[in-house]
Design a binder for this molecule. Sequence first.
Ligand SMILES: O=C(O)c1ccccc1NCC(=O)[C@H](O)[C@H](O)COP(=O)(O)O
Length: 221
Amino acid sequence: MWIKVCGTTNLDDAKLAVELGANALGFIFAPSPRRVSPFEASKITAQVDPKVETIGVFINQAPSVILDTARRAGISGVQLHGEEDPGSVRNLLALALREKTPLKVYKAVHMSTIDNSFAWDAESSKMLAGMVLDSGTPIQRGGTGRTFDWNEAAPLVRVLSRRTKIIIAGGLNAQNVTRAISLFEPYGLDVVSGVESEPGKKDPAKLRAFFEAVHEAVQRR
Ligand SMILES: O=C(O)c1ccccc1NCC(=O)[C@H](O)[C@H](O)COP(=O)(O)O
């Protein structure tokens, strides 16, 4: 199971997440109490094993801004958390190719109020490294600490799973992650609020409990 721990703001939290088995660390470059500058992120990414993905979170930014931030922060991928459509991802990937900056692109889709998953048909989903299904709203795009309606979403998630790698996000924690894994059988998981003591600071006990719960659930499958 691929696990992304998001909202990284300091090296200690990054090191612990990686030690526990995180496959990816998220850095927020959008309005958020967890926001970091490209320079702050670069000081952390420089010390992370290159096998661990480092993913910048953006909301409705121009491709040139995303690419410039990615380079300065030293990240390996981006997660687009606004209303970016297949056209904007195509432009971003074309620019990245022209400028010889390899970049994985993950698209976040908000399952509650601004569901734009239908823009992502089988063909356009091929551009994505994966799709993050989250519970944001137009006011708070991510990091809400709330789950979306899992039962209602399950049929749509099955359809989307045939198109790209599905990553479940939104209100995950050590208590509910087992159910998310058995219900959605996702490729990956993405968490922030459920493993923090306060926004931007990880709680080591919660982080450990989260990874233990995931590993137990995966072994039972
Ligand atoms: O985490 C934020 O503060 C945030 C703000 C704006 C856009 C995206 C944001 N987070 C992106 C993530 O990938 C989070 O891990 C995801 O939304 C899940 O968050 P949570 O429900 O708190 O686990």
